[in-house]
Design a protein. Structure first.
Length: 635
């Protein structure tokens, strides 16, 4: 797990960027605090910051070249099956000088070319320079666990793990209005966009080759739609057996390390299953959870402690006050290179900071909800597609639900908020409903929030991009829910969930591993019918039933919570001055020329009303943007 950067120059002008390589490498030191080095050729340069996990000796330091000096690699990630690949390569006559998975990856590419990507079990972003061809080969893992950004102009090609590294090369910072529209709706920016024009994210499951001033990008992996082409013929009991085999195998792979491995434990089903299986492989497994003193509605540590006691793990609970959370807010925001407003990033940041004091690697339950139908929106989607009296009644009573206060701050206001969203969504097409529930506002609210001078710009590009995201949503029946899960795996998982855990863990030099994202397991899950995942009574059905006998019963009786923070309370109290007198102060917004000051005032008024709805999430998105803008643009 590391940070990588580099460049390929196309002419002498492009070579001037070589002077920025060291700085571009150094700013990634939080991702890789253990070692840093660069490689320089006439036309190319590579930089690497290392977090040593496998082969922690100096021989595993990067960049690493093959024995001829023709190929040089910088690599961020882990290859879990590197030992078996190493054996296959050794049988072909390859002599290894290190015990690292990096060297195995390099020779796998040299021997097998792009086919090597299909053989890899793990997560990765890497670049290989071919000195003889004067070319760069880059690739990103199947689901986007590891980031890879790039920039291309007539003089040079640049790449890096994070935006802060790319900006060291002196790139023009021009706002991407398509990305801005996405951000205002989703609170994050989906790939391939970034907040800046001409800087892009390589899509998950893609590789690229750069040579002679041109870049060619190809897809090497797509999540298989086995539910259409090769649906599972296994009985429900056989599905349970297969799931347990695949998930156990995935956990074992993700325990491969030359340093101690721990586990995040929220007390939810997903992290509890991961801990249950990992505790069978690791004696005295270290587990970690985070909770809140003052906000019992958001605190889940009781359930985590039940699971830890059940599996006899060495458990640590970090209890935070509002002051603890707010004290870390500035550090978290300062690490963001582009606006990212998933508020649960803050507790992940703090948890990663505390966990790093105990272990270098931790496993997490990320990725399960998207493909198993674990979110509230999935259950709502099921209800609408199934139809019936209850769904129709909720829709008919929309005017009534709107009369009640709506927010995420307590049980009843959150329930009324959900009823309104359900009723509004039920009147839309599958595509438009998905888009509404994926974000925090309606399409016209995004346009109104933009400054009048920007409203007509990039509208068509944004709409085309939106339809590209929604293209897989074609069916309206219950079985079409697999299309919803598929779209979540393409949109929500890599751009929100995995971006969050990568940024927040790497900001603290901690490696996170996601056992639910083993590609053999994902392929199996997408062969299953919807009935194995969700029905009238249960979400993540097969996953829950398979491990019901070994998990504590209390885990199945608890309400589902996200990893949330009390945003509404904060914005009305501790963060109110920042909101009203600094980042969203009328004069500042007007001078900035990005947002409509009248609409921003309306949002602020709604925030402090008796019916805040989702205004706190939208205000939070604006605050994160403004903080980023003042730090990286205004200065």
């Amino acid at each position: 797990m590391c940070g990588i950067t580099g460049l390929l120059a196309f002419n002498e002008v492009g070579r001037f960027s070589m002077i920025n390589l060291q700085n571009a490498t150094d700013v990634l030191s939080q991702r890789g605090p253990d070692w840093g080095d660069t490689y320089l050729a006439y036309w190319a340069g590579l930089g690497h910051r290392r977090l040593s996990i496998i082969d922690t000796s100096p021989s595993g330091n990067q960049p690493i070249s093959d024995h001829t000096g023709r190929y040089t690699i910088v690599f961020n990630g882990e290859i879990y099956n590197y030992q078996s690949l190493r054996q296959q390569l050794a049988e072909k006559g390859i002599l290894f000088r290190t015990q690292s998975d990096t060297e195995v990856l390099l020779y796998a590419y040299i021997v097998w070319g792009t086919y090597a990507l299909e053989l890899l079990h793990g997560f990765f972003a890497f670049a290989i320079y071919d000195k003889d061809e004067n070319s760069l080969f880059l690739a990103r893992d199947r689901y986007g666990v590891k980031p890879l950004l790039y920039y291309l102009d007539e003089d040079r090609f640049l790449f890096a793990s994070e935006m802060k590294s790319l900006l060291q090369y002196g790139i023009e910072k021009k706002l991407n209005l398509v990305a801005l529209r996405h951000y205002l709706h989703l609170n994050y920016i989906p790939a391939p966009h970034t907040i800046f024009e001409n800087i892009y994210k390589l899509l998950p499951g893609h590789f690229a080759k750069v040579q002679r001033g041109k870049m060619e990008i190809q897809c090497y992996y797509q999540i298989p739609k086995n539910y259409e082409e090769y649906p599972s013929q296994l009985s429900y009991q056989e599905q349970q057996i297969r799931l347990k085999q695949l998930l156990t195998s995935s956990i074992r792979k993700r325990l491969v390390a030359d340093v101690p491995v721990g586990a995040f434990l929220s007390g939810g089903v997903d992290s509890s299953i991961a801990v249950a299986l990992a505790s069978q492989e690791v004696e005295n497994l270290q587990t970690f959870s985070i909770g809140y003193y003052e906000n019992r509605f958001f605190d889940e540590t009781h359930y985590a402690e039940i699971v830890a006691k059940h599996f006899r793990t060495k458990h640590t609970t970090f209890k935070l006050s509002n002051k603890d959370l707010l004290d870390h807010l500035e550090s978290m925001l300062n690490y963001l290179d582009e606006p990212f407003a998933d508020s649960s990033a803050l507790p992940v940041f703090i948890l990663s900071k505390f966990v790093k004091q105990h272990v270098k690697v931790a496993i997490s339950g990320d990725g399960a909800d998207e493909m198993w139908g674990g979110y509230n929106k999935h259950f709502a989607e099921y209800q609408i597609r199934k139809g019936g009296l209850l769904a129709n009644l909720v829709t008919i009573l929309l005017p009534l639900w709107k009369q009640f206060p709506q927010s995420r701050n307590n049980f009843w206001s959150n329930k009324f908020r959900q009823l309104v969203r359900f009723a509004e969504g039920s009147q839309l097409s599958a595509q438009e409903r998905y888009w509404l529930w994926a974000g925090f506002c309606k399409n016209d609210e995004v346009e109104k929030l933009l400054h009048l001078n920007l409203r007509t710009q990039a509208q068509n590009e944004y709409q085309n991009d939106k339809m590209q995201i929604l293209q897989h949503l074609q069916k309206n029946d219950v079985e079409g829910l697999n299309e919803v899960f598929y779209t979540d795996m393409q949109l929500v998982l890599p751009n929100d969930m995995l971006t969050k855990v990568d940024l927040m863990s790497m900001a603290n030099g901690l490696e996170l591993r996601e056992p639910f994202l083993d590609h053999e397991l994902v392929s199996f899950v997408f062969s299953l019918p919807v009935s194995s995942k969700i029905n009238q009574n249960i979400r993540k059905r097969l996953l829950q039933d398979t491990f019901r006998e070994i998990l504590p019963a209390e885990i199945y009786k608890r309400p589902k919570h996200g990893f949330e923070v009390p945003l509404l309370d904060w914005l009305r109290t501790d963060l109110r001055s920042m909101l009203e007198n600094e980042l969203l102060q009328d004069r500042f917004v007007e001078e900035q020329g990005i947002f409509d000051v009248v609409e921003v005032k309306k949002l602020k008024n709604q925030l402090f009303s008796n019916n805040p709805q989702d205004s706190h999430a939208r205000i939070w998105g604006l605050l994160v943007f403004q903080h980023w803008w003042k730090r990286l643009i205004r200065k």
